[in-house]
Unconditional design. Sequence first.
Length: 335
Amino acid sequence: MAIGALTPSNTSEAAPELLIEFPDNRLLIDLCGEYDRNLADLEQKLTVQILRRGNQLAILGDATSQKQAEEVLGALYTRLEQGREVEQGDIDRELRMGGTATSPRGGDQLEMFQGGKVEIKTRKKLVEPRTEAQKTYVRALFENELGFGIGPAGTGKTYLAVAVGVNMFINGAVDRIILSRPAVEAGEKLGYLPGDMKDKVDPYMQPLYDALNDFLPSKQLAKLIEEKRIEIAPLAFMRGRTLANAFVVLDEAQNATTMQMKMFLTRLGEGSRMVITGDRTQIDLPRGVPSGLADAERLLKTVPRISFSYFTAKDVVRHPLVAAIIEAYDADTAG
């Protein structure tokens, strides 16, 4: 890929343009996307204009935006050279991380971290953090036996935790995956639910099923659940168990009471990893009942081999409006 700056003859009417050359025209087509939608997305987000000229792209805009676009396009082209696809989320990730998220493949898990690259391989997809906070979080989950992920909805706390769990499971680091969350209603009464116990609790557990379905083929997932090598259960079902050689995730931990949190944390067994995720702004416990997540954060902050990772609205990877909504509510609370 060759890069050079071209200055139009009439600089008073047109801004200087940055010209980038891509040697493989087939990869350039993939880089641009169907109907050039990737270029259009980048143009909108960086307020630049990108023109395609053969195997070159010309970037028009201010110098800072041109540099950003150059870095992102270069990183995405490198990704394509590695045999990987470019999707909408990849563009967002490179923008957030300054075009440094993509790095060469190869190496084992330790080399992956030493080289600065963080990615999680599962059966169905390769999962890559989209923000620096997510990157730090994934590192912490691989490196610590107990990790906390605290922040607003949409920041990937649970999704990445389940991805790490699936990665460790398929690599033989753990024998099973156990996913749990408190069965607390989010502000409304659901009333009587028909069916057996599984039918009653499954609505609460659905987000965990959704994450697993993203990482494992459906038939394999069904078999693993049937064999109880993957379990999804309410927090109350954890009492009395010792969870050895397992990757254990407690989701929506802000809705666990202090006693429930203590009970869950003390289930940690030999060869196991545990992740606690929660959002301190979405507590659905009855008024006056303290959140176990807040107590655990206060009591365990200085304990070795326990990591705490924090997210903000800037780490939201859902629809852009979600971040704006979270910031609006945060500002109102602060005021």
